[in-house]
Write a protein that binds this ligand. Structure first.
Ligand code: PGA
Length: 304
């Protein structure tokens, strides 16, 4: 077996295939055609001397050999990352890469933080993935990124979770809703109202459910929607009330489409966390960004 014929390109393609377990999706992720992907996988499997995957019905599975190759490929890329970090260490913050994965609700502020940081350090090459909680936890398990931003640390995983900014959740209503004119609303007064909720598993939804459960209010859920933007549109369209992160409103609160209700107990105070595996080797660039968002988050807390 001539392993030295295996190329990094083939291993990278195989990692995507092993992660997606779907030729078309892996090809999309890599911006290549399924046919080109299939040729590379065939060549890799030819060099290894055994099939790496099998198709049973519509599903694709890794063979035992495939699983061994997948684990080795992840190791190879992890080592390359560390090499790149070690090389960058000589050059401090002026060169290097930063891979950031954020939960959807963080897209209202994290790209601006990242943009400002990259402007200060133009030699840094940054990538940003926006994903839901399950996808983010999967990426964290596979050690795909340097840092993750989410509203609650994953349980049962050995991670460092550093809070860096407050995440106030507010109760929004259409601007012409009768409750918008009232002050000091009791949670119990919301019992008859229709609510638009985020999907199960969303941190925002969980916090809202806990609050109303604590106050013995049974929520009348009119609709469950998988994105903050969709929830906002439904509220603006008069379909009900919603609990949303204040960060999702920054750009359109001035539009006059929403009112933030003055409900006792609100805003619910959550935190944004920046997270990484406890065993992770932190590069100087990652450390620089961690310091940057901690300072930036603290200054925004003071303003709020
Ligand atoms: P989301 O927000 O899960 O509701 O998108 C992040 C969080 O608050 O955990």
């Amino acid at each position: 077996m001539l392993l030295r014929r295996v190329t990094l390109h083939q291993l990278k393609i195989f990692i995507s295939l092993a992660r997606c377990l779907n030729m078309t999706r892996a090809a999309e992720e890599l911006h290549m055609t399924p046919a080109a992907l299939s040729i590379q996988i065939k060549q890799l499997s030819g060099t290894i001397g055994a099939p790496l995957h099998e198709q049973i019905g519509k599903r694709l599975f890794l063979t035992d050999t495939g699983r061994l190759v997948y684990a080795a490929a992840l190791d190879v890329f992890d080592r390359m990352e560390r090499l790149s970090a070690d090389l960058a260490a000589d050059q401090g913050l002026e060169r290097g890469t930063l891979k950031l994965s954020i939960i959807t609700t963080a897209q209202y502020f994290a790209p601006r933080f990242l943009g400002a940081f990259c402007k200060q350090h133009p030699g840094i090459e940054a990538t940003l993935e926006v994903a839901n909680r399950d996808q983010l936890i999967e990426r964290l398990k596979q050690n795909l990124d340097d840092l993750y931003i989410m509203g609650q640390a994953p349980e049962h995983m050995s991670v460092i979770a550093q809070p860096f900014m407050e995440n106030p959740l507010v109760l929004v209503a259409p601007a012409d809703h009768p409750l918008a004119a009232l002050g000091d609303i009791e949670p119990e007064q919301l019992a008859g109202e229709s609510f638009i909720m985020r999907e199960p598993g969303s941190g925002t939804r969980l916090a809202a459910e806990r609050f109303f459960e604590k106050h013995g209010v049974r929520l009348k859920i009119r609709m469950t929607l998988g994105s903050n933007e969709a929830v906002k549109q439904a509220v603006a369209g008069g379909l009900g009330l919603a609990v949303l992160s204040q960060h999702t409103l920054t750009l359109d609160q001035a539009s006059g489409a929403f009112a933030v209700l003055d409900v006792r107990g609100f805003p619910l105070l959550r935190q944004w966390y920046v997270i990484y595996p406890s065993a992770k080797q932190i590069s100087p660039v990652t450390r620089g960004f961690l310091n940057y968002i901690t300072a930036e988050g603290a200054s925004r807390n003071q303003v709020a």
